[in-house]
Design a protein around this ligand. Structure first.
Ligand code: O7E
Length: 216
C-alpha cells in the first residue's frame, strides 16, 4: 500500500501551486524542499495547505541536536506534517528531530541511502544499514531508500521491518515504479510528473498504477 508523493521542486510559486492543484486528486502527499521554499518563502506551506494533502519538509536536516531541534520546531510551526533528516549525524541529532516531530503529532523520516550514483561513495553497504538501525532505535517513523536500487530497499526492509520506507528516484533517475511499489510505503516522484507536458495526466497515470498495486 504505497503513497504517491509529489516532489514539488519548482521555483515559480504560481506554477508550483498550479501543478500541485492540478495533480492533487492523484496524490497522497507533497514534498517541499529547498528549491521552492528558497524561492517562494515559507509562506508557500500555508498557501498549499488548502489542498488537504500532508506536506513533507525535505530539508535533509543535518546539524547538531540543538540546531536540529530549532529547525524542526520551525518546520512544524510553519504547518508541515513531516520532516526529513539525515542520519549520519548520529543518535542525539536524529532524536532531536524525532522528538520535535512527535511533539507536534508529526512524522520524522531519516535518509538511510540516497538514490544518485554518487551516493555510493559514502552510503556503502553497512553504513546505510547502520543508519536504518539508528532510525528504528530513535523511533523515527521511517527511512528514505533509493528507488534506483530495489535490492537495497529489500536489504533495508529487513532492518526497519514495519516502519515506513519512502523511495525517491522513480522515472527520471531510472527507478521503475512497478518494481518499487511492492517494496515501499511511498514513492517520491518529481520531474516525471511536474516536467511532463500534462502533469495532471502523468500523476493520474502513476496513481492508477499505485492503485492497481494496492488492490493486487
Ligand atoms: O528525480 P526526481 O525529479 O523525481 O526528484 C526526486 C526528489 O527526491 C527530489 O526532490 C530529490 O531531492 C529527492 N531525493 C532524491 O532524489 N534522492 C534521494 O536519495 C533523496 C531524496 C529525498 O527526497 O530525500 C528525502 C526524501
Amino acid at each position: 500500500m504505497a503513497d504517491l508523493i509529489l516532489a514539488l521542486d519548482l521555483l515559480d510559486p504560481m506554477y508550483a501551486r498550479e501543478v500541485a492543484e492540478s495533480c492533487a486528486a492523484s496524490l497522497d502527499a507533497i514534498k517541499l524542499g529547498y528549491p521552492l521554499i528558497l524561492s517562494a518563502g515559507l509562506g508557500v506551506v500555508k498557501d498549499l495547505a488548502d489542498l488537504g494533502l500532508p506536506l513533507i519538509a525535505d530539508f535533509k536536516v543535518a546539524d547538531i541536536p540543538n540546531t536540529n531541534g530549532l529547525i524542526a520546531n520551525q518546520v512544524f510551526s510553519a504547518g508541515f506534517d513531516a520532516i526529513i533528516c539525515h542520519g549520519f549525524t548520529g543518535r542525539d541529532a536524529v532524536e532531536a528531530c524525532v522528538d520535535a516531530a512527535h511533539a507536534y503529532g508529526g512524522e520524522c523520516f531519516v535518509v538511510a541511502e540516497m538514490s544518485h550514483p554518487g551516493a555510493l561513495s559514502f552510503f556503502s553497504r553497512g553504513v546505510a544499514e547502520q543508519i536504518a538501525t539508528l532510525a528504528v532505535e530513535c523511533r523515527a517513523d521511517g527511512i528514505i531508500a533509493p528507488a534506483t536500487r530495489p535490492e537495497r530497499i529489500r536489504a533495508l526492509r529487513s532492518v526497519v521491518r514495519s516502519r515506513k520506507i519512502y523511495s525517491p528516484g522513480i522515472g527520471t533517475q531510472g527507478g521503475d515504479l512497478r518494481s518499487v511499489l511492492p517494496l515501499v510505503e511511498g514513492v517520491i516522484v518529481g520531474r516525471t510528473i511536474y516536467g511532463a507536458a500534462d502533469p495532471a495526466k502523468e500523476a493520474a497515470v502513476m496513481a492508477a498504477i499505485v492503485n492497481d498495486e494496492r488492490s493486487s
